[in-house]
Design a protein. Structure first.
Length: 250
């Protein structure tokens, strides 16, 4: 009887599984890297959005909080905001607000507002603020000073208050000279802006010039009247060197 031939089963070649598994591993690694990159980009975008929002809302920006050289917003490829232009635009808005207050009260001929390279200057003639030879702030000007204080409270820039006199000597029981008078007038205006206007005292700097910084001819009555004044300066944080007056007097 003939023997049946032994049946040998053929085994499938599985060597292809090794490169296939390597390919899957590489693809997984690629997807992980791509996912990580996308997350970093989202973080950068969020930081950028937060920075611009802070700039236009007056909040502390990321630039002020982050000192790391690797900070996203310090990347030279990202345009940095023009601080001078932003501040100048803001000061122009404050100027318009103050001018409107002055106009509504009919003080255009006694209060001048001008935006200069130093900052926003509010010049008030002494006839509005004080009696002759005195430094006590008149009650009639309180509403205007309160409006000015309210407007200046919208920013945190430093404020200078400067007192000026004409060249007519003074020597009474209260003030020995025009130096004393100009200093006390500036101090009293500052005290009002702090005590009644609610402005922070640490923002202020007092200056007195006596008769030595005139803006008009002291040989005429009209000139002397213009020289007797108190100036309130909202100083710039970001000055532009060499710039001239930005806006004319109101």
């Amino acid at each position: 009887m003939a023997k049946k031939k032994a049946h040998h089963e053929e085994h499938v070649d599985e060597s292809w599984l090794l490169p296939y598994s390597d390919l899957l591993t590489l693809l997984l690694a690629l997807f992980i890297v791509m996912f990580a990159i996308s997350q970093v980009d989202k973080e950068k975008l969020q930081k950028m959005a937060s920075e611009f929002e802070a700039i236009f809302s007056g909040q502390t920006s990321i630039l002020e909080e982050e000192s790391s050289p690797s900070a996203v917003l310090q990347d030279s490829s990202i345009p940095q905001p023009d601080n001078y232009a932003l501040e100048d635009s803001l000061m122009n808005q404050l100027k318009l607000i103050i001018e409107e207050d002055i106009k509504s009260k009919g003080y255009e001929d006694r209060v001048k507002v001008v935006l200069t390279k130093e900052g926003l200057e509010i010049s008030i003639l002494d006839v509005m603020l004080f009696d002759s030879g005195d430094a006590e702030v008149l009650q009639s000007v309180h509403p205007l000073l309160l409006q000015i204080a309210d407007t200046l409270s919208r920013v945190d820039n430093d404020i200078k208050v400067a007192g000026h006199t004409d060249n007519v000597p003074i020597n009474n029981d209260q003030y020995r000279s025009n130096w004393d008078l100009s200093a006390m007038r500036a101090i009293n205006v500052m005290n009002f802006l702090v005590d009644q206007g609610g402005l922070q005292p640490e923002r202020f700097l007092i200056q007195c010039f006596s008769e030595y910084s005139p803006i008009a001819d002291n040989s005429t009555v009209e000139g002397r009247a213009k020289n007797r004044r108190v100036e309130i300066f909202l100083t710039r944080k970001y000055p532009r060197a060499g710039s001239e007056a930005i806006s004319g007097e109101s």
